[in-house]
Each structure stands twice: as structure tokens, then as C-alpha cells.
Ligand binder design. Structure first.
Ligand SMILES: Cc1ncc(COP(=O)(O)O)c(C=O)c1O
Length: 387
């Protein structure tokens, strides 16, 4: 394979040229494999930024969308829909957390914006705390919560509210959460920040501090949620109940959708017309959510993520890999050389991986159907690359 095929190229196809793209002309997918127009079969350990939880061409998910498309393609929240109610109930019970209400939206950023709106409403305060190295989205509010965005791509003249960034996993920094704080938003396992897990002790202390000063705790599980850590949510993994939780990406296995889950204390403050959306909670999105959760449960994929996630950690500390961070299938492999180099070398061997804001971390976000034999292919490729 020609090394040039792995280079990031600027597309000339009429699309706004905002994305660097790999020369990987994907035509279709099957299981954990992507097939390309130039005849390659590529092992996908990145899942389209953590989205393809069930992999590709999943029979149950595909049939559910087909059925729903035939039955009813769209009606908004102005009418009750059985499929929407089923998706909400299924998500609430899947979470195994104390949430009583779901608000369906379209993207992770939108879910975070609505969570903030509820936090401002409930507390009557206006200051927000986020963590260094966080990523919460690209809209005005979510971008304002994203570490480093202001200096790089924020693009709005000013942030819509005050945000203070505190050092991640540092207990001493929690004193910056005060009676003026409306909300604290955290990714329990940071994604873009480098598959960096905040850990049970830190998250418990964070929750206790929020409770003491009356600040609302929001878990952004857009990337780490929906089974990716081997538990329904990282909140389950670390045993911490947030006031609100946002999730997206794996939620619909590729059908665009997101959700905001609310503890009863927050849910009781929701008023008619306080939140809104046209597409959120549409029937196709809800059919996708229902089918995704059904597959995770029926195929016992949480157990698979725990088992195969542990196998990655145990077998892939070879070649250029010097360490591990993260949880389950949000795995960060520390690299001796720049992670981008390792990524390019793996892609030459037909294995697609991701990088992160940390230049020494190779990020894996594979479909939950990944098994040990696939991990062996990664291990062998890492061994072939060498240290
Ligand atoms: C943790 C986290 N929050 C929010 C977002 C934004 O989600 P979206 O791109 O769906 O708006 C992302 C996207 O990568 C994310 O990783």
C-alpha cells in the first residue's frame, strides 16, 4: 500500500474545507470492518468518533429503522409518540441511575446547552466551572466550556457566561466551586483530552463539593456513556450520581440523536416551553435509540466491553506503547513517539485508530462487538511497528 494513501488531504468536493480527511474512501461497513473503494478492508478501532457502537450493518438496528421509516418518518414533540415514550423509558432503565426525565435533542453540544439552561434556572446563578482539557462541543455555550477553544476556534465575540477552568483530578482545586457556582460540568472520562479517567475518589469529592455549595453537577457522557466504559454510564462505573447527564454518539449507533437525563430535583423545575427542539425525539431517532439499547442488552455487550477492554490493556503494551489510560472502549494508549506517527503506521497496516489533544495518546473508540481476535491484530501490528 502506498504511504501517501494515509496522508490527510484537503477535500475538493464542494464541501466546506473544515475537516482534514484520511485518504480512506469508505464505501460500506460490516461488523468491525470498513471496506474502501480501493479494495482495502480496514479494522475500525475508532467507530466514527465513538458513534458506531454496534459496528456496521447491524441486522436488528437496520430492521428497526426500516420498520420505523415505513410506519412514520416524522412527527414533532407536538404529538405523543409511542416510540418516543418507549425510547425514554428504555434509556432511563438502561441507566440504572436516579433519573426521572429525558429530553431528547440532536447533538452532544445541544444536550449540554440545555443542561446548562436547566442549571441556571434551578440555581438562579450564572457562573460555571469546567475542567482543563475538557471538550463539550462547538456551539456558543458548549464551546465556552471547552478548554482552549477561545484561543483556537471559538469564533464568537464573547462567551455567554463566566467559565472558570480548574485542574483535572486535583482535589485542592475543588474549593473554586462556591455558592456562586451554578453548574460544574465534567466528562468522567475525558475523550478529546486523551481518554483521561477522573477516577472514583475525585468524582465523589466533586459531587460532595457541589452538594455542599448547592451547585448542579452535570456529567457529559456524550463520548464515554452508553456502555463505552463497560457500564451503562461512567457514573455507574465510578458510583457517582450526577444531577444531570448528557449523552449522544453511541446512543443512536449513527442516527443523529442526543439526550439530557435529569434527576427528579431538576426535572420538577422544567416548565412548559422552557426547552424546545424540532428534530429531537423524532421517531427515527427514537427507533434507533431503542434498537441500540436492545442490542447492547441482548448481546450482553457491556460484559464484552469489560472483558475485551481488559484484554486491550493486558495485551497491547507492546511496540511503541508505553502505558494505558481511560476505561473500557475509551482507551488511551500512551506512545513513546508522537501518537500521529503510530496512527499512520497502523493505518498502513489497515487498522484505523484515533488521536487526541494529548500528542502522546493513541485513542481507541471501537464498536462494542470487538473481540479478542481483533485485538490480536492490533497487538501484532504494534509489535511489527516496534518501539
Ligand atoms: C464529551 C463530548 N461532549 C460533547 C461533544 C459534542 O458533541 P456533538 O459533536 O454531537 O455536538 C463531544 C464531541 O466530540 C464530546 O466528545
Amino acid at each position: 500500500m502506498n504511504a501517501r494513501a494515509n496522508e490527510i488531504v484537503a477535500p475538493a468536493d464542494g464541501l466546506a474545507p473544515v475537516f482534514a480527511q484520511y485518504a480512506l474512501p469508505v464505501t460500506h461497513g460490516e461488523g468491525v470492518w470498513l471496506h474502501t473503494a480501493d479494495g482495502r478492508r480496514v479494522l475500525d478501532l475508532y467507530g466514527g468518533h465513538a458513534v458506531a457502537a454496534l459496528g456496521y450493518a447491524h441486522a436488528g438496528w437496520t430492521a428497526a429503522l426500516q420498520r420505523q421509516a415505513q410506519q412514520l418518518n416524522f412527527q414533532s414533540n407536538a404529538v405523543p409518540l409511542a416510540v418516543r415514550a418507549r425510547a425514554a423509558q428504555r434509556l432511563l432503565s438502561f441507566s440504572r441511575l436516579n433519573f426521572s426525565s429525558v429530553f431528547f435533542v440532536n447533538s452532544g453540544a445541544e444536550a449540554n446547552e440545555n443542561a446548562l439552561k436547566m442549571a441556571f434556572t434551578v440555581t438562579g446563578r450564572s457562573q460555571v466551572i469546567a475542567l482543563e482539557h475538557s471538550f463539550h462541543g462547538r456551539t456558543a455555550g458548549a464551546g465556552a466550556l471547552t478548554w482552549g477553544a477561545a484561543g483556537k476556534w471559538y469564533g464568537f465575540p464573547r462567551a455567554p457566561f463566566d467559565v472558570t477552568f480548574i485542574a483535572r483530578r486535583e482535589l485542592a482545586a475543588l474549593t473554586q466551586i462556591t455558592e456562586q457556582t451554578a453548574a460544574v460540568i465534567v466528562e468522567p472520562v475525558q475523550g478529546v483530552g486523551g481518554a483521561f479517567d477522573l477516577g472514583a475518589e475525585y468524582l465523589a469529592a466533586l459531587a460532595a463539593r457541589c452538594k455542599a455549595v448547592g451547585a448542579v453537577l452535570i456529567f457529559d457522557e456524550v463520548q464515554c456513556g452508553m456502555g463505552r466504559t463497560g457500564e451503562p454510564f461512567a457514573a455507574n462505573l465510578y458510583g457517582v450520581q450526577p444531577d444531570m447527564l448528557t449523552t449522544a454518539k453511541a446512543l443512536g449507533n449513527g442516527y443523529p440523536c442526543a439526550a439530557l437525563l435529569m434527576h427528579p430535583r431538576i426535572a420538577q423545575a422544567v416548565r412548559l416551553d422552557a426547552l424546545g427542539t424540532t428534530f429531537g425525539g423524532g421517531p427515527l431517532a427514537c427507533a434507533a435509540i431503542e434498537a441500540t439499547i436492545a442490542a447492547i442488552e441482548d448481546q450482553q455487550l457491556l460484559a464484552q466491553v469489560r472483558r475485551v477492554g481488559a484484554y486491550i490493556r493486558q495485551s497491547c503494551m507492546v511496540g511503541p506503547i508505553t502505558g494505558y489510560q481511560g476505561a473500557g472502549f475509551l482507551a488511551g494508549l500512551r506512545t513513546a513517539q508522537p501518537a500521529r506517527q503510530v496512527q499512520a503506521q497502523l493505518l498502513e497496516r489497515n487498522i484505523l485508530t484515533g488521536t487526541s489533544a494529548d500528542p502522546q495518546v493513541l485513542r481507541l473508540l471501537p464498536p462494542f462487538i470487538l473481540n479478542e481476535s481483533h485485538v490480536d491484530l492490533l497487538r501484532d501490528a504494534l509489535l511489527a511497528i516496534g518501539s
